[in-house]
Design a protein around this ligand. Structure first.
Ligand code: EPU
Length: 424
């Protein structure tokens, strides 16, 4: 087991360049299955979810080289439709190999996806959408068996009940290989969906409307056979995590390689909390006040609303802000594991009866404790709380954090934190 030992009370200040986004690269790696030529991906974060996705690619026949932050994916001589169970069950995004391999080989067998435990994480929209395109899918135990008829997937109109990021991406990938036009209504508009569409377009896909609620894909059913190079967009959640680190420690941070527009759904709250923010085309600068102000009420929403992936980090920040703030989680039904852990550090947070709203009465100081990450963003939030706390904190289950942060200890050390990873 790995953990972080953090000595709190150091002011976070300095400059940092932000790496590629986990939630952009994972779908793009699945989409690379559609390319029969070499794919080069720059700015790929060296995180465990990327390594596990690479294992899936290798398991189904691709050759992959990963040097620095550049990935080269060499086409498979023979493509297997069996997704290795061990990696599929670790990650949510493994489900995207369903659309990719159904499109490419007409067949895929894969285990139900894993991923952070955030409550019920259904895949009905993925399945319904692919079935509407002609796939036959059945489940035996924890395994999905999927096939298309001889003619392959066919374009159709699909209206998603909720604007699911993963379902939009799965259908977008599948539709790229389908025959005819697919229209996805109530599509997710997250920047990572747009990055996937950009990648597919470089391959030759005809996609309109990515980033809006309606995406249209004109497929020919043909092959894609073009060497392509793509640079992954910066990780807005990693950037947000470091902005909150500076905000919580009365610090200053200058982040480069960011897209300020993508950060706006949460930087507007940091401004409201008393931080001074300045942004230029790929840079954001934050100066924190002596003490953070309350944020009123934050409600997580699909993009361009407040992102659920920043909810836990803001809960940590508001724990030491003045007065009362509230956060309501509307995307996931079980994303509250940080609450019990923050309380161990002296936070005054309680959950309302429906367990979706956190009422946070800010305290002046948090104190060090031994706490455990229960998912990726819970881990990030606990590290942030530890940076601002008096004394020493141990954050257990570092493995969760490593899923989505390339080297949080090096980044924060560069910004002046006292944080050490340990293996016990
Ligand atoms: N949902 C369904 N049916 C479906 C699909 C989703 O009911 O078929 C529900 C889910 O249960 C959930 C909601 O819709 O309540 C949103 O799920 P969505 O499909 O949008 O999320 P996801 O694709 O599973 C991605 C990110 C998450 C991020 C969410 C929301 C990846 C690999 N994961 O998950 O990232 O929180 O979108 O923005 O892209 C993280 O990075 O910490 C993380 C959890």
């Amino acid at each position: 087991m790995r953990q972080y030992r953090i000595c709190g009370g150091k002011r976070i200040s300095g400059e940092l360049a932000i790496g590629g986004a986990k939630n952009a690269v994972l779908p793009i790696l699945a989409a690379a299955c559609l390319n029969k030529s070499e794919t080069t991906i720059h700015n790929c974060p060296r995180i465990s979810d990327a390594f596990d996705t690479i294992k899936i690619l290798e398991g189904i026949g691709f050759g992959v080289e990963f040097l620095g932050n550049t990935l080269k994916i060499h086409p498979a001589k023979e493509l297997s439709h069996e997704v290795p169970d061990e990696c599929a069950t670790k990650m949510r995004s493994s489900i995207l190999f369903m659309g990719a391999l159904l499109g490419q080989t007409g067949k895929v067998n894969l285990a139900l996806p894993g991923g952070c435990n955030l409550g019920e994480r259904a895949i009905d929209l993925h399945i319904k959408g692919l079935e509407a395109m002609g796939a036959k899918i059945h489940q035996e135990g924890n395994k999905l068996f999927c096939e298309t008829e001889k003619q392959g997937l066919c374009g159709t109109k699909i209206k998603l009940d909720t604007a699911s990021v993963g379902a939009t991406e799965n259908l977008l990938i599948a539709a790229t290989k389908a025959k005819g036009e697919t229209v996805i209504e109530n599509a997710a508009r997250e920047p990572e969906v747009v990055d996937l569409a950009q990648f597919l377009k470089k391959m030759g896909a005809k996609i309109r409307g990515a980033g809006t609620g309606t995406i249209a894909i004109s497929g020919t059913g043909g092959e894609f056979n073009k060497e392509i190079t793509h640079e992954i967009i910066p990780d807005r959640i990693v950037a947000g995590t470091y902005l909150v680190a500076a905000a919580m420690t009365g610090g200053y941070v200058r982040l480069t390689n960011v897209r300020p527009f993508d950060l706006a759904p949460f930087t507007m709250y940091l401004s409201e909390m008393g931080c001074t923010l300045r942004a230029s085309h790929d840079t954001v600068i934050l100066h924190a006040p002596q003490r953070l102000r309350p944020a009123g009420r934050i409600v997580t929403k699909v993009h361009p609303g407040f992102p659920t992936d920043m909810q836990a980090q803001f809960a940590a920040a508001l724990s030491i802000a003045e007065k009362r703030s509230e956060i309501t989680e509307t995307i996931f039904e079980g994303r509250s594991s940080h609450v019990q852990e923050l309380r161990k550090m002296g936070a005054n947070i309680h959950l309302t009866a429906d367990k979706q709203t956190f009422v946070i009465d800010g305290v002046r100081r948090l104190h060090g404790a031994t706490v455990a990450a229960h998912d990726l963003r819970c881990g990030a939030a606990l590290i942030l709380a530890a940076l601002a706390a008096d004394g020493e904190t141990i954050v257990q289950n570092a493995e969760f954090v490593e899923r989505g942060y390339e080297s949080i200890e090096n980044d924060l050390t560069a910004l002046g934190a006292d944080i050490r990873p340990e293996t016990i």
